[in-house]
Design a protein around this ligand. Sequence first.
Ligand code: FCA
Length: 333
Amino acid sequence: MFIQRNIRSLTCAAALVAASSFSGWVSAEEVKIGFLVKQAEEPWFQTEWAFAEKAGKDKGFTVIKIAVPDGEKTLAAIDTLAASGAKGFVICPSDTSLGPAIMAKAKLNDLKVLAVDDRFVDAHGKPMEDVPYVGLAAFKIGQKQGAAMAAEAKKRGWDWSATYAVINTFDELDTGKKRTDGSVDALKAAGLPADHILLTAQKTLDVPGSMDSTNSALVKLPGAAKNLIVGGMNDSAVLGGVRATESAGFKAANVIGVGINGTDAIGELKKTDSGFYGSMLLSPDTSGYETASQMFTWVSTGKEPAKYTALDTVTLITRANFQQELTKIGLWK
Ligand code: FCA
């Protein structure tokens, strides 16, 4: 009897161990999703990754982060994801025209795809509207950037006749073109004469790329150009531009640079003063946390994300309020 009861409890214990190790096995095999970004060195993308991982921790899924600076690495990353058992991925592609190749490869591997920041285009350059996409309401955000630059110029009492704008463009990217178009639109609406706006194309979308493009615009400025507005599609585009104005001898008081992203301007805003006046802080929490969560929901419940989620919330951060605004979204360190 005694032995029998003991055997029974041992069997129970064994069953319990089996059950707990079974649930352990289930959690070790939790859902995996990929998060692929074109420029992993940019704080914007590091912030998206950090928020995606936070979502994974909160909701119980694993995020596989892969840098995909070119087409070859992108296609290889999709194979890697499939081999590691991922069910889908969020991606900001290095080149939007990779869209069809990315979709073909994903289909082959049975992976779901959500584009973030930069929308895929097809072979004719048309946006691939059937691929779910979370991105900026770019023209509108550009307009807000232009309006912020003009408002600061007015506050400084700048005369439009002595004020010029150098706008660094990257028209290859639709979200880039729309942002700088919006910015120019707002500057004109604020009264800056159209022939005081110099558009200058960046060859690469980084700080050295915008230093070069701004430099080639600065040499074209007339002698009357005392004050400068510096624009571009993101913080790097404006940071490089501002660096170029410094090398050309412009003082911080005569330069107003306003970027877009916010995340990439933190170090610059920590400096007491520079021609980089501020940045339009986007929502990296939405672009990282929400996109990862939407992909998790899609692969685990079948609920597909919206075909287009337009993000239009921005906050102008300057030296006066950046600490406060970044603290609100958990980005102040
Ligand atoms: C693009 C830019 C990034 C960021 C993002 C929202 O991908 O390259 O810097 O602005 O859109």
